[in-house]
Design a protein around this ligand. Sequence first.
Ligand code: UT7
Length: 348
Amino acid sequence: MHQTKIAGIGYYVPKNVYTNTDLSHFMDTNDEWIQERTGIEERRFADRYDETTTTMGIEAAKIAIERAGITAKEVDFIVFATLSPDYYFPGCGVLLQREMGMGEIGALDIRNQCSGFVYALSVADQFVKTGMYKNVLVVGSEKHSFAMDFETRSRNVSVIFGDGAGAVVLQPTDEKGKGILSTHLHSDGADAEILAMHYPGSHANKWMKDKPAFPDQELGGLFMTPEILASGAVLPYMDGPSVFKKAVVKFPEVIREALVANNLTEKDINLLVPHQANLRISQYVQNLLGLNDDQVFNNIQKYGNTTAASVPIALCEAWEAGKIKNGDLVCLAAFGSGFAWASALIRW
Ligand code: UT7
């Protein structure tokens, strides 16, 4: 068995900056509320027409591939994490494969929302460790802006999310003690609906059963009607306070699980890169684990919550800023819709 190292890393964020005050022109919100409750100051939104989840993923991937010292043609496998794919199907992995001129390699899409990148990293790690693949590209990318509602009814959701992409290339290493030490994946579907986009989906018929507005029909035909669109059921839904309460328990739990599994403690962490869900969540976790400011990296202030892209964007920014050095212990952790949560410990 090999160990898996991050051989190259890159990120891409669109150039369009939207401040909190910009959003207050579309809905009843304000800079003070958003900063106080989330820490977010601004976010990026992709170009409406020319950028997609895949194109942003490609920009991040190009940088990661170049830094890994390989070409796109040498990538053996793609793992693409997103909740905002270009198409309902097929996934973004095959679109990236096509656009980057890669060979007829495997491409896997991961649908684990905020913890998607850490799940993707864990899956890719298994392929590299066993020797099946030498260069695995892992991408987390989101274009949230295309599906968000910028009216006051959705303000608790639409002020939080932003667009962007991050990517890594994983390769085997035989350097003792280096690379991904372990990954830890969890889920609990008991509250699946409280952070979800219920439409479009096969659950649709069940949902419509009790709604008198929708005529009974034996087969099909009700996948997307003007009434369904008008009902708001196609918009992302989040019971924020309930998600917050669960997140502040599961984040520390899965970080400690990773430390215990490797006979390490909080003091050993050089940098924790948490999923950027809310600055208050990150600060709560930091205090609970007794970490100092230098041990935690946050950039939600600039990008908002970019879901599957948030961990690789933050990891890459931290690395580019010189906050991660050879031999450092880096901890990645994420929690979100599902609920699904995960952590990874990496000896850089
Ligand atoms: O990454 C995926 C996982 N997601 C998370 O981890 C998110 C976790 N949850 C959160 O981050 C927080 O719950 C939010 C930031 C989403 C909301 O903050 P909160 O402190 O929990 O606020 P709340 O939902 O309890 O709403 C408090 C008040 C309400 O008004 P009333 O009923 O007290 O009059 C909301 O209508 O704030 C109002 N409100 C807003 N006001 C101005 C909600 N959104 C906004 C807004 N601007 N954008």
